[in-house]
Design a protein around this ligand. Sequence first.
Ligand code: GDP
Ligand code: IMO
Ligand code: MG
Length: 421
Amino acid sequence: MIDVLLGLQWGDEGKGKIVDYLAQQYDIIARFQGGPNAGHTLYLNGNKVVLHTIPSGVFQEHCLNLIGNGVVIDPVTLQNEISKILPLCPTLLQRLFISHRAHLILPTHRALDAASEASKGDDKIGSTLKGIGPAYMDKTGRNGLRVGDILSKNFKEKYNKLTQKHKQLLRQYDNAVAWEQWEEPFFAAVEQMRKLQVVNAEYWLDGHLRDGKKVLAEGAQGSMLDIDFGTYPFVTSSNTIAAGVCNGLGVAPSTIGEVYGITKAYCTRVGGGPFPTELLDETGEALRAAGSEFGATTGRPRRCGWIDLVALKYSVMLSGVTKLIVTKADVLDNFNPIKAAVAYIADGKETRELPYDLCDMEIVPVYESFAGWDMPISACTTYDELPQVFKDYCRFVENYLETKIAYVSNGTGRDQLLTIS
Ligand code: GDP
Ligand code: IMO
Ligand code: MG
């Protein structure tokens, strides 16, 4: 059986921390989409580690970790990550597997990402500039290079052919960055990558599933950044919802078991695009400060606001979420009142459905208010110890989303996770 864990908002819900914890119960952790745009933070004996491409199960010594075909890989970022983690995790290379079919991010993809963003001016997506969009464009355009290609004798030829195309595209922009100096580190990283365990991942996974192994698919980004269902065009370039697991790993829908959906107790977004519950006032700034809301990949300040149950219900529906996980509950300790959006007034009409085009509408959220609490939630070690008002807030969220909360996270530490039985 494959369980799934994914973000229900605009990313950064705390997936890294939760996967690291849940990995104790799994044999394999598999990333199925996204790439180094992801920044998954976890703490290992008090040391902060941010993972971009490597699955968050690496610090559980018994766990195998797979980078699936749906992921786009920048060999340089992967190599840097490996070098950083190896001293903390000496068995990493024996437990890391990569699909032949995962696509490569080339230096010119990064240059194209930067040029495309710069040319958009005020309409820019706020991309992480890791080359994600251009790499997925080459994948669907049937031009891309895959991990399997680095093992072929004519890799350089294939590389030259594709970069030739990219050079032509780059000529159309007057602000193209100089990318040539990125080539040398790229080829050095490709050389290192040849030594990693590249596998026919769909057969590899199938074999493990037949042996009864437990797999957790680790999502990146969040449902509202999904290429089809997110706030298009302010989205990423992959399917971040549960449907992405099947084509991102090569597994059948019937293998999917639990779908864990993660939400912060409030909401954040980094980059451009609509965010109905965004707080552009001192409460938003206080949330950013209390939650240390700065991007794990780019360091950018994250936009902050109240939890948006309209958007969350949509995400829960799209992925068939069976269990909720609420993170960063402790961040709300000093807020009173705490609010949750339960409907939108969209162009003057009240709705509980996420409108097709949030970008071109005037959206005013309708809020339900909750009293704050006067004790530090991070000090709680069981669900029962949580303040009653927070439990009431959880009940309200569960009822609205028609889905039970399985865990509440109340701090950055691996064990700051309260189980709800
Ligand atoms: P991811 O991309 O979903 O893995 O999330 P990020 O790592 O980008 O951002 C989540 C941030 O919140 C990280 O800095 C985590 O260490 C932190 N975090 C996770 N859970 C909690 C929590 O329950 N409380 C607090 N205060 N911080 C948390
Ligand atoms: P994790 O896995 C938050 C956002 C970017 C931008 C948009 C497109 O850490 O939750 P891209 O680089 O994909 O072309 O950027 O998506 N974005 C994320 N925001 N968390 C992430 O990943 C993100 N990955 C991409 O900020 O708005
Ligand atoms: Mg992140």
